[in-house]
Unconditional design. Structure first.
Lengths: 114, 238
Protein backbone atom coordinates (compact mmCIF):
# COMPACT_ATOMS: atom_id res chain seq x y z
CA UNK A 1 0.00 0.00 0.00
CA UNK A 2 1.20 3.48 -0.81
CA UNK A 3 -0.02 5.11 2.36
CA UNK A 4 2.52 7.20 4.22
CA UNK A 5 3.65 6.08 7.66
CA UNK A 6 1.60 8.71 9.49
CA UNK A 7 -1.64 7.24 8.15
CA UNK A 8 -0.65 3.76 9.31
CA UNK A 9 0.02 5.18 12.79
CA UNK A 10 -3.40 6.87 12.67
CA UNK A 11 -5.08 3.55 11.79
CA UNK A 12 -3.10 1.69 14.46
CA UNK A 13 -4.00 4.20 17.19
CA UNK A 14 -7.65 4.33 16.13
CA UNK A 15 -7.96 0.54 15.98
CA UNK A 16 -6.17 0.05 19.29
CA UNK A 17 -8.38 2.60 21.01
CA UNK A 18 -11.58 1.10 19.59
CA UNK A 19 -10.51 -2.44 20.54
CA UNK A 20 -9.79 -1.23 24.07
CA UNK A 21 -13.24 0.41 24.33
CA UNK A 22 -15.05 -2.66 23.00
CA UNK A 23 -13.31 -5.38 25.00
CA UNK A 24 -12.17 -3.87 28.32
CA UNK A 25 -14.52 -3.94 31.28
CA UNK A 26 -12.45 -1.57 33.46
CA UNK A 27 -13.82 1.98 33.20
CA UNK A 28 -10.36 3.60 33.53
CA UNK A 29 -9.10 1.50 30.61
CA UNK A 30 -12.11 2.54 28.54
CA UNK A 31 -11.26 6.18 29.24
CA UNK A 32 -7.67 5.48 28.16
CA UNK A 33 -9.00 3.82 24.98
CA UNK A 34 -11.08 6.88 24.12
CA UNK A 35 -8.00 9.06 24.56
CA UNK A 36 -5.89 6.81 22.32
CA UNK A 37 -8.60 7.03 19.64
CA UNK A 38 -8.58 10.81 19.98
CA UNK A 39 -4.81 10.86 19.55
CA UNK A 40 -5.18 8.98 16.27
CA UNK A 41 -7.82 11.42 15.07
CA UNK A 42 -5.70 14.48 15.95
CA UNK A 43 -2.70 13.03 14.10
CA UNK A 44 -4.98 12.47 11.10
CA UNK A 45 -6.07 16.13 11.12
CA UNK A 46 -2.49 17.41 11.33
CA UNK A 47 -1.23 14.99 8.66
CA UNK A 48 -4.03 16.00 6.27
CA UNK A 49 -2.97 19.64 6.34
CA UNK A 50 0.67 18.87 5.61
CA UNK A 51 2.47 18.47 2.30
CA UNK A 52 6.11 17.33 2.25
CA UNK A 53 8.51 20.22 2.75
CA UNK A 54 5.94 22.51 4.35
CA UNK A 55 7.19 24.88 7.02
CA UNK A 56 5.38 25.63 10.27
CA UNK A 57 3.05 28.63 9.91
CA UNK A 58 5.37 31.03 11.69
CA UNK A 59 6.16 34.02 9.51
CA UNK A 60 9.66 35.38 9.73
CA UNK A 61 10.98 38.46 7.93
CA UNK A 62 10.95 36.49 4.68
CA UNK A 63 7.77 34.67 3.72
CA UNK A 64 8.12 32.12 1.00
CA UNK A 65 5.82 29.47 -0.45
CA UNK A 66 5.29 26.12 1.23
CA UNK A 67 3.73 27.22 4.51
CA UNK A 68 1.48 24.63 6.18
CA UNK A 69 -2.21 25.48 6.43
CA UNK A 70 -2.77 27.07 9.89
CA UNK A 71 -6.53 26.47 10.03
CA UNK A 72 -6.42 22.70 10.75
CA UNK A 73 -3.73 23.40 13.37
CA UNK A 74 -6.09 25.77 15.17
CA UNK A 75 -8.90 23.22 14.82
CA UNK A 76 -6.65 20.52 16.29
CA UNK A 77 -5.87 22.76 19.25
CA UNK A 78 -9.62 23.19 19.82
CA UNK A 79 -10.09 19.43 19.62
CA UNK A 80 -7.31 18.84 22.17
CA UNK A 81 -8.92 21.25 24.62
CA UNK A 82 -12.34 19.64 24.22
CA UNK A 83 -10.74 16.20 24.65
CA UNK A 84 -9.06 17.31 27.87
CA UNK A 85 -12.36 18.70 29.18
CA UNK A 86 -14.30 15.54 28.40
CA UNK A 87 -11.52 13.41 29.92
CA UNK A 88 -11.70 15.42 33.14
CA UNK A 89 -15.47 14.89 33.33
CA UNK A 90 -15.09 11.21 32.44
CA UNK A 91 -12.54 10.60 35.20
CA UNK A 92 -14.65 12.51 37.75
CA UNK A 93 -17.65 10.35 36.94
CA UNK A 94 -15.48 7.23 37.27
CA UNK A 95 -14.28 8.41 40.70
CA UNK A 96 -17.89 8.94 41.79
CA UNK A 97 -18.87 5.49 40.46
CA UNK A 98 -15.99 3.94 42.42
CA UNK A 99 -17.08 5.68 45.61
CA UNK A 100 -20.64 4.47 45.12
CA UNK A 101 -20.06 0.87 44.01
CA UNK A 102 -16.54 0.18 45.27
CA UNK A 103 -15.36 -1.03 41.85
CA UNK A 104 -14.66 0.28 38.35
CA UNK A 105 -15.47 -3.00 36.57
CA UNK A 106 -18.65 -2.64 34.51
CA UNK A 107 -19.58 -6.32 34.88
CA UNK A 108 -19.44 -6.07 38.68
CA UNK A 109 -21.33 -2.76 38.63
CA UNK A 110 -24.02 -4.39 36.49
CA UNK A 111 -24.42 -7.28 38.93
CA UNK A 112 -24.53 -4.86 41.90
CA UNK A 113 -27.21 -2.74 40.27
CA UNK A 114 -29.65 -5.67 40.22
CA UNK B 1 -15.75 -12.76 26.94
CA UNK B 2 -13.49 -14.56 24.48
CA UNK B 3 -16.19 -14.41 21.82
CA UNK B 4 -16.55 -10.69 22.39
CA UNK B 5 -12.82 -10.15 21.88
CA UNK B 6 -12.81 -12.11 18.62
CA UNK B 7 -15.90 -10.24 17.39
CA UNK B 8 -14.30 -6.90 18.30
CA UNK B 9 -11.06 -7.86 16.52
CA UNK B 10 -12.95 -8.83 13.34
CA UNK B 11 -14.99 -5.63 13.45
CA UNK B 12 -11.88 -3.49 13.82
CA UNK B 13 -10.11 -5.37 11.02
CA UNK B 14 -13.02 -4.67 8.66
CA UNK B 15 -13.17 -1.04 9.76
CA UNK B 16 -9.41 -0.61 9.29
CA UNK B 17 -9.57 -2.08 5.78
CA UNK B 18 -12.41 0.32 4.92
CA UNK B 19 -10.39 3.24 6.33
CA UNK B 20 -7.30 2.20 4.34
CA UNK B 21 -9.44 2.33 1.22
CA UNK B 22 -10.80 5.74 2.20
CA UNK B 23 -7.37 7.19 2.97
CA UNK B 24 -6.00 5.84 -0.33
CA UNK B 25 -8.57 8.08 -2.05
CA UNK B 26 -6.98 11.16 -0.45
CA UNK B 27 -4.35 13.15 -2.39
CA UNK B 28 -1.11 11.19 -2.36
CA UNK B 29 1.67 12.54 -0.12
CA UNK B 30 3.99 13.18 -3.06
CA UNK B 31 1.89 15.79 -4.82
CA UNK B 32 1.31 19.21 -3.30
CA UNK B 33 -2.26 19.89 -2.28
CA UNK B 34 -3.46 23.22 -3.62
CA UNK B 35 -4.46 25.37 -0.67
CA UNK B 36 -7.87 27.00 -0.45
CA UNK B 37 -8.38 30.72 -1.04
CA UNK B 38 -8.97 31.24 2.69
CA UNK B 39 -5.65 29.61 3.57
CA UNK B 40 -3.82 31.61 0.92
CA UNK B 41 -5.33 34.79 2.28
CA UNK B 42 -4.32 33.99 5.87
CA UNK B 43 -0.78 33.01 4.87
CA UNK B 44 -0.40 35.98 2.53
CA UNK B 45 -1.96 38.73 4.63
CA UNK B 46 -2.15 37.25 8.13
CA UNK B 47 0.82 39.14 9.53
CA UNK B 48 -0.39 42.46 8.09
CA UNK B 49 -3.97 41.99 9.20
CA UNK B 50 -3.35 40.71 12.74
CA UNK B 51 0.21 41.75 13.62
CA UNK B 52 0.97 38.23 14.93
CA UNK B 53 3.71 36.17 13.31
CA UNK B 54 2.33 32.91 14.68
CA UNK B 55 -0.46 32.29 12.20
CA UNK B 56 -2.10 29.62 14.36
CA UNK B 57 -2.52 32.28 17.07
CA UNK B 58 -3.78 34.67 14.40
CA UNK B 59 -6.46 32.15 13.40
CA UNK B 60 -7.33 31.30 17.00
CA UNK B 61 -7.56 34.81 18.43
CA UNK B 62 -8.41 36.98 15.43
CA UNK B 63 -10.01 35.27 12.46
CA UNK B 64 -11.84 32.65 14.51
CA UNK B 65 -11.75 34.26 17.96
CA UNK B 66 -15.45 33.63 18.44
CA UNK B 67 -14.68 29.92 18.16
CA UNK B 68 -12.09 30.30 20.92
CA UNK B 69 -14.69 31.98 23.14
CA UNK B 70 -16.85 28.89 22.71
CA UNK B 71 -13.84 26.71 23.52
CA UNK B 72 -13.24 28.67 26.73
CA UNK B 73 -16.91 28.13 27.58
CA UNK B 74 -16.45 24.36 27.16
CA UNK B 75 -13.54 24.42 29.64
CA UNK B 76 -15.66 26.51 32.00
CA UNK B 77 -18.49 23.98 31.77
CA UNK B 78 -16.13 21.05 32.37
CA UNK B 79 -14.52 22.75 35.38
CA UNK B 80 -17.95 23.67 36.78
CA UNK B 81 -19.11 20.07 36.34
CA UNK B 82 -16.08 18.57 38.08
CA UNK B 83 -16.20 21.08 40.96
CA UNK B 84 -19.94 20.48 41.41
CA UNK B 85 -19.45 16.72 41.44
CA UNK B 86 -16.93 16.90 44.28
CA UNK B 87 -18.44 19.88 46.07
CA UNK B 88 -19.37 17.98 49.23
CA UNK B 89 -16.10 16.04 49.50
CA UNK B 90 -14.16 17.75 52.29
CA UNK B 91 -10.39 17.99 52.44
CA UNK B 92 -8.55 14.97 53.77
CA UNK B 93 -6.50 16.14 56.76
CA UNK B 94 -3.60 13.69 56.46
CA UNK B 95 -2.02 15.11 53.29
CA UNK B 96 1.46 15.97 54.54
CA UNK B 97 3.44 15.69 51.32
CA UNK B 98 6.77 14.13 50.42
CA UNK B 99 10.24 14.24 52.01
CA UNK B 100 12.32 17.35 52.53
CA UNK B 101 14.47 16.44 49.50
CA UNK B 102 11.46 16.61 47.20
CA UNK B 103 10.31 19.86 48.83
CA UNK B 104 13.66 21.61 48.38
CA UNK B 105 13.92 20.35 44.78
CA UNK B 106 10.51 21.84 44.03
CA UNK B 107 11.63 25.13 45.62
CA UNK B 108 14.42 25.22 43.04
CA UNK B 109 12.49 24.21 39.92
CA UNK B 110 9.15 25.82 40.81
CA UNK B 111 10.03 29.38 39.72
CA UNK B 112 11.46 28.04 36.44
CA UNK B 113 8.26 26.11 35.72
CA UNK B 114 6.29 29.29 36.39
CA UNK B 115 8.54 31.34 34.10
CA UNK B 116 8.29 28.71 31.35
CA UNK B 117 4.50 28.77 31.58
CA UNK B 118 4.30 32.56 31.53
CA UNK B 119 6.81 32.72 28.65
CA UNK B 120 4.67 30.40 26.53
CA UNK B 121 1.56 32.46 27.33
CA UNK B 122 3.11 35.88 26.68
CA UNK B 123 5.06 34.90 23.55
CA UNK B 124 2.09 32.98 22.12
CA UNK B 125 1.60 35.39 19.20
CA UNK B 126 5.16 35.22 17.88
CA UNK B 127 6.30 31.66 18.56
CA UNK B 128 4.64 28.26 19.02
CA UNK B 129 2.57 28.29 22.17
CA UNK B 130 -0.26 30.36 23.50
CA UNK B 131 -2.76 30.60 26.31
CA UNK B 132 -3.91 26.98 26.27
CA UNK B 133 -0.44 25.44 26.29
CA UNK B 134 1.03 27.87 28.83
CA UNK B 135 -2.03 27.57 31.04
CA UNK B 136 -1.55 23.82 31.24
CA UNK B 137 2.08 24.34 32.37
CA UNK B 138 0.92 26.79 35.06
CA UNK B 139 -1.65 24.23 36.24
CA UNK B 140 1.15 21.62 36.38
CA UNK B 141 2.90 23.81 38.95
CA UNK B 142 -0.08 23.69 41.31
CA UNK B 143 -0.29 19.90 40.81
CA UNK B 144 3.43 19.62 41.72
CA UNK B 145 2.88 21.72 44.84
CA UNK B 146 -0.08 19.61 45.96
CA UNK B 147 1.87 16.38 45.50
CA UNK B 148 5.14 17.53 47.04
CA UNK B 149 3.86 19.83 49.81
CA UNK B 150 0.50 18.18 50.36
CA UNK B 151 -2.96 19.41 49.57
CA UNK B 152 -3.32 21.47 52.77
CA UNK B 153 -0.29 23.58 51.90
CA UNK B 154 -1.46 24.07 48.33
CA UNK B 155 -4.85 25.12 49.63
CA UNK B 156 -3.17 27.62 51.97
CA UNK B 157 -1.05 29.06 49.12
CA UNK B 158 -3.78 29.16 46.49
CA UNK B 159 -7.24 29.20 47.98
CA UNK B 160 -9.83 27.48 45.73
CA UNK B 161 -11.92 30.64 45.96
CA UNK B 162 -8.93 32.59 44.63
CA UNK B 163 -8.67 30.18 41.70
CA UNK B 164 -12.39 30.55 41.01
CA UNK B 165 -12.04 34.33 41.11
CA UNK B 166 -9.00 34.16 38.80
CA UNK B 167 -10.85 32.00 36.30
CA UNK B 168 -13.90 34.24 36.30
CA UNK B 169 -11.88 37.44 35.98
CA UNK B 170 -9.95 35.91 33.07
CA UNK B 171 -13.27 35.20 31.35
CA UNK B 172 -14.30 38.81 32.07
CA UNK B 173 -11.01 40.08 30.58
CA UNK B 174 -11.74 38.10 27.42
CA UNK B 175 -15.25 39.58 27.19
CA UNK B 176 -13.96 43.11 27.87
CA UNK B 177 -11.46 42.82 25.04
CA UNK B 178 -14.24 41.41 22.85
CA UNK B 179 -16.60 44.30 23.60
CA UNK B 180 -13.92 46.96 22.98
CA UNK B 181 -14.38 46.01 19.34
CA UNK B 182 -18.14 46.62 19.53
CA UNK B 183 -17.87 49.97 21.29
CA UNK B 184 -15.21 51.29 18.93
CA UNK B 185 -17.59 50.87 16.01
CA UNK B 186 -16.07 47.66 14.69
CA UNK B 187 -17.35 44.12 15.19
CA UNK B 188 -17.30 41.73 18.17
CA UNK B 189 -13.72 40.54 18.91
CA UNK B 190 -12.27 42.93 16.35
CA UNK B 191 -8.50 43.21 16.72
CA UNK B 192 -6.43 45.87 14.96
CA UNK B 193 -9.51 47.59 13.56
CA UNK B 194 -10.60 48.40 17.11
CA UNK B 195 -7.42 50.38 17.69
CA UNK B 196 -5.36 47.86 19.64
CA UNK B 197 -1.63 48.52 19.59
CA UNK B 198 -0.19 47.02 16.42
CA UNK B 199 3.49 47.23 17.26
CA UNK B 200 6.20 45.77 15.11
CA UNK B 201 5.29 42.19 14.09
CA UNK B 202 7.72 39.81 15.75
CA UNK B 203 8.22 41.82 18.94
CA UNK B 204 6.51 41.04 22.23
CA UNK B 205 4.33 44.16 22.22
CA UNK B 206 2.57 43.56 18.94
CA UNK B 207 -0.44 41.77 17.55
CA UNK B 208 -3.09 44.05 19.08
CA UNK B 209 -5.50 42.14 21.28
CA UNK B 210 -3.92 38.72 20.69
CA UNK B 211 -1.46 38.85 23.65
CA UNK B 212 -4.26 40.11 25.92
CA UNK B 213 -6.55 37.26 24.86
CA UNK B 214 -3.63 34.84 25.29
CA UNK B 215 -3.10 36.00 28.87
CA UNK B 216 -6.83 35.73 29.58
CA UNK B 217 -6.99 32.18 28.18
CA UNK B 218 -3.75 31.24 29.97
CA UNK B 219 -5.05 32.33 33.38
CA UNK B 220 -8.41 30.71 32.69
CA UNK B 221 -6.96 27.36 31.65
CA UNK B 222 -4.36 27.40 34.44
CA UNK B 223 -6.86 28.21 37.18
CA UNK B 224 -9.48 25.90 35.70
CA UNK B 225 -7.24 22.84 35.46
CA UNK B 226 -5.82 23.54 38.93
CA UNK B 227 -9.40 23.55 40.25
CA UNK B 228 -10.15 20.29 38.41
CA UNK B 229 -7.13 18.58 39.98
CA UNK B 230 -7.87 20.00 43.43
CA UNK B 231 -11.48 18.81 43.27
CA UNK B 232 -10.49 15.34 42.08
CA UNK B 233 -7.88 14.61 44.76
CA UNK B 234 -9.98 15.87 47.66
CA UNK B 235 -10.92 12.76 49.61
CA UNK B 236 -13.94 11.95 51.64
CA UNK B 237 -13.14 11.28 55.31
CA UNK B 238 -12.78 7.60 56.20
Amino acid sequence: MGLSLAYWVVLLLFGMGLYCILTESNLIKIAVGINVMEAGLLLFLVRLSYSPGDLAPLMGPTTGPGIADPIPHALTLTAIVIAASTTALMLSLIIQIYRHYGTVDIEEIRSKMQ
Amino acid sequence: MRLRKIAAAILILVLTLALVGAIAELPSPDERVSQSALTQRIIGKGVVETGATNLVAAVLFDYRAFDTLGEATVIFAAVAGVVLMFYHAPLHPSAIGLSILAKRSLDVIGPFVFVAGMYIVVYGHISPGGGFQGGVILATLTILISIVYGLQEERRLLDPRFKTALESSAALLFMTVAFVGVFSGEYFLSNLGAGFFRGHPGSVLSGGAIPLLNVAIGLKVGAGLALVFYSMVKKEPE
